[in-house]
Ligand binder design. Structure first.
Ligand SMILES: [Zn+2]
Length: 504
């Protein structure tokens, strides 16, 4: 049953009466080579039902074995989220029927998750500048993914209106970590930003841990947004809705905002919120009713009898703790300090996805300023033009540092460097090879330059006269003429010196 359709209440107005309470559940698909409980491959994009076996198809008699690498990844995620690691935890069967879940239960963890009671800090932009908001973590537990249903024949790709459905079990049994926050209260009007910042930081974290590629658009990281509203004078939470599979950062923010407006509309009309799951529609920016949400007891959880408990030793946990990377926020702050970037410059670098690239370019010998100039200028533009991610342009940080070294040695100038990048994108070899093959090296022979200067002076007597009279700014016109004659292959600074020497 869906609630009667009501008007949305504008977000700011809703916030006058209610405080949003959020709970975010993020599923992270691990990048292990094999599945959670069997040896099947996890490679994305294979032909349907080619990466399956009796265990992940739930055939009678097949026995699961826990993937040790997945346990390791779960513990590292938990440690990075400041969680406690359970010295002993069990898997549980979560019973329900779904066609893409061949066992009719999902092997998950219930009352004994491997990681619990953590926190992470996220930074949001507020009216008073950047502020840190702490998100408490309830738990992070291990489970397996379901298969995928493909509904054929309908206009929407959903089951309603479809002629038939196909099931692909390749994804069934792929290891997942589900990270569940405690109720997030007190974010007020910043709730949508906090939700987005949290998911963004979690994505950054699992990437830094190298436990998942965390591609939201491919579904290897998915967010469920639980939201309820609490009257400002109340002290109990309202009824929540759960919007499933919100698959981009922007959508997380929009879904929170939309649900606040929808809940407020229902509550203001004196109606009750239905506890249900909802679908997010990326195109229209609205949610629609899914199914009424079961309570946990409906799943009849019970301990998985086919798997031994997971009991990581303290020594192993400490060993894994030592492998944690520098927390992303600390790393950004450190790099910004080392590079001397402004807040705005740093934000642009992060936004362009160029942080790792610039770090590697600086490590290869370029200055932070020149590394940023190339990646955010020339290379970001090319990425934008072609739609390719900036790290898949075919230009490496080492090559960028080499191009800059050629510029620093005055063998090419910035304009010629762009042609070197053309060559790199086209796969024409190293920067040195491209400079040689394309004949890009600037003319450093003063004799040749002086001759060109003489011709420019002769052709522009009025300009030359101005410069002789001390109007040095006029030199630009002569520099331009010489550079044109040299087809850009000259050091403009040296040309300027020669002009001024001649007309002194
Ligand atoms: Zn299998």
């Amino acid at each position: 049953m869906t609630a009667t359709r009501t008007e949305l209440v504008p977000f700011d107005q809703a916030l006058e009466t209610y405080d949003p309470v959020m709970g975010l559940e993020v599923h992270v698909e691990l990048n292990t080579a094999s599945k959670m409980f069997c040896g099947c491959s996890t490679v994305f994009g294979a032909e349907p039902n080619t990466q399956v076996c009796p265990t992940c198809l739930g055939l009678p008699g097949a026995l699961p074995v826990v993937n040790g690498k997945a346990v390791e990844s779960a513990i590292r995620i938990g440690l990075a989220l400041n969680c406690s690691i359970a010295p002993w935890s069990r898997f549980a069967r979560k019973n329900y029927f779904y066609p893409d879940m061949p066992k009719n239960f999902q092997t998950s963890q219930y009352d004994e998750p491997i990681c619990f009671e953590g926190w992470t800090d996220v930074t949001i932009e507020t009216d008073e500048g950047p502020q840190v908001f702490r998100v408490d973590i309830e738990r992070a537990h291990m489970e397996e993914d379901t298969g995928k249903s493909l509904h054929v024949g309908g206009a929407t790709g959903r089951i309603h209106g479809a002629d038939y459905s196909l099931v692909d079990y390749n994804r069934a049994g792929i290891p997942l970590i589900e990270v569940v926050t405690k109720p997030i209260v007190g974010a007020g009007k910043y709730a949508p930003q906090v939700a987005r910042a949290y998911v963004a930081s979690l994505r950054e974290l699992v990437k830094a841990l190298d436990v998942s590629d965390a591609r939201m658009e491919q579904g290897s990281m998915r967010c469920d947004v639980n939201l309820s509203l609490m009257r400002k004078d109340a002290d109990v939470f309202g009824t929540r809705s759960e919007t499933k599979n919100v698959n981009s950062l922007r959508s997380v923010e929009r879904a929170v905002r939309y649900e606040v407006e929808r809940h407020a509309g229902i509550l203001d009309a004196g109606q009750k919120i239905v506890q249900e799951t909802r679908h997010w529609h990326e195109d229209t920016g609205v949610t629609t009713s899914g199914r009424e949400k079961s309570d946990a007891e409906d799943y009849r959880y019970f301990p998985e009898p086919d798997l031994v408990p997971v009991a990581p030793s303290e020594a192993w946990v400490e060993e894994l703790r030592a492998t944690l990377p520098e927390p992303p926020a600390e790393r950004r702050a450190r790099l910004q300090g080392e590079w001397g970037y402004s807040d705005l410059e740093m934000r642009d670098v992060v936004g362009a996805g160029a942080l790792d690239l610039i770090e590697a370019t600086v490590a290869a010998g370029a200055t932070p300023t020149s590394a940023r100039k190339w990646w955010l200028g020339e290379l970001a533009r090319r990425a934008n033009d072609t739609g390719a991610p900036i790290d898949e342009l075919g230009v490496t940080p080492v090559q960028v540092a080499e191009v800059q070294a050629l510029v620093d040695a005055k063998r090419i100038n910035d304009k010629l460097a762009r042609q070197v990048f053309d060559g790199l994108v086209a796969g024409e070899g190293t920067p040195e090879e491209i400079v040689a093959a394309r004949g890009l090296e600037v003319v450093s022979d003063d004799g040749a330059l002086a001759a060109a200067v003489d011709r420019a002076v002769e052709a522009n007597p009025d300009v030359a006269a101005k410069i002789r009279d001390g109007k040095v700014a006029a030199a630009g016109a002569l520099i331009g003429a010489v550079m044109k004659e040299m087809r850009g292959q000259a050091d403009a600074g040296r040309v300027r010196e020669l002009i001024l020497e001649k007309l002194a």
